[in-house]
Design a protein around this ligand. Structure first.
Ligand SMILES: NC(=O)c1ccc[n+]([C@@H]2O[C@H](COP(=O)([O-])OP(=O)(O)OC[C@H]3O[C@@H](n4cnc5c(N)ncnc54)[C@H](OP(=O)(O)O)[C@@H]3O)[C@@H](O)[C@H]2O)c1
Length: 283
């Protein structure tokens, strides 16, 4: 049985990926925040000993410092996790193993949208800069690698912290929410991303791939769609502009990704946000 090491297994992607892969592989998936068995990619000695004992065939790096505003005020921690953490993993990996790393749409400046894998990257916040540095580090290494670049992730677990859970839980509690109508993306249902990652463990494909939904949608329209499918009160959702939030980190406006490469190479279908939300609601 092939061995898979999953980092960041307490997160939105890492948790669902760990559950799915557990059925098929010998998986080592330790969360960072755990009292006993934890995994910290910034701790080289810990990583070295984990690799020596487990000897993974695949490493799936879902660990990241993902709070975009905190990255601005905690630059050293952000770079330690998002760049040096990956460097530690690469140093510990054997030549025969493969790294599957998760990048972000935030490597782009968001001026034009519809970004292809090789388009110019000019991140406008520190989180995006660290994600780009990590991509470049991996591409410049001698490792066998796959980089998947998704945007806005959401899952069916409404106890986790993501856009869908925020909208559903707020509306259920009859709280008004202000949602930006000038940030446009093609959001990713984590279950679909997990299936793409799973397929990469069976079929050899390398390099960089974008992954998102079939449609392109603003956060505000996505919130309205959520309210319709979950039968919640749309009148509680107010459209606002990003500039009115006065966030510490700038946000790319049109960060939607062109996913033609993954569709053509892997012969997969992309799903609409409506279909993905229906699947969640019906389950
Ligand atoms: N969420 C999105 O909308 C989105 C969009 C595009 C790309 N991505 C990328 O997708 C990947 C997965 O994101 P996600 O949404 O699953 O993020 P997440 O829910 O924030 O999970 C990230 C996980 O990494 C862990 N972590 C942080 N520092 C670590 C360290 N030093 N060692 C080991 N683990 C550490 C965190 O643990 P603690 O919580 O215990 O600190 C957390 O469980 C990331 O690379 C992210 O950049 C996410």
């Amino acid at each position: 049985m092939k061995k898979v090491l999953i980092t960041g297994s307490g997160g939105i992607l890492g948790s669902e990926l760990s559950n799915r892969l557990n059925e098929l592989f010998d998986v080592l998936a330790l969360p960072k925040s755990s009292r006993n068995n934890f995994l910290d990619i910034t701790d080289f000695d810990m990583m070295y000993s984990i690799f020596k004992n487990f000897e993974p065939d695949f490493v799936i790096n879902c660990a990241a410092f993902t709070n975009v505003d905190s990255c601005e005020s905690n630059k050293q921690i952000a770079r330690n996790v998002n760049v040096k953490g990956l460097m530690n993993l690469l140093k510990c990996m054997s030549k025969n193993s493969k790294m599957i790393h998760i990048s972000s749409d935030y490597v782009f400046d968001g001026k034009n949208g519809n970004y292809k894998e090789n388009d110019m990257k000019e991140p406008i916040n520190y989180y995006g800069k660290t994600k780009l540095e990590a991509d470049n580090l991996l591409m410049g290494s001698n490792s066998n690698y796959l980089i998947i670049r998704p945007n806005v992730l959401y899952s069916s677990n409404l106890n986790e912290n993501h856009f869908l859970s925020w909208v559903v839980n707020s509306l259920k509690e009859k709280n008004e929410i202000n949602v930006v109508n000038d940030q446009i993306s093609n959001p990713v249902y984590v279950t679909d991303l997990v299936e793409v990652i799973l397929s990469s463990l069976f079929v050899e494909y390398n390099g960089v791939y974008h992954f998102g939904s079939e449609d392109v949608i603003s956060r505000y329209d996505f919130a309205l769609l959520i309210s319709r499918i979950f039968r919640l009160d749309r009148n509680l959702i107010n459209p606002i502009k990003t500039s009115s939030l006065k966030q510490v980190a700038k946000r790319p406006k049109k960060s939607f990704l062109n996913c033609n490469k993954i569709v053509n190479d892997l012969k997969i279908d992309l799903y609409s946000s409506e279909y993905s939300l229906m699947r969640i609601y019906n389950s």
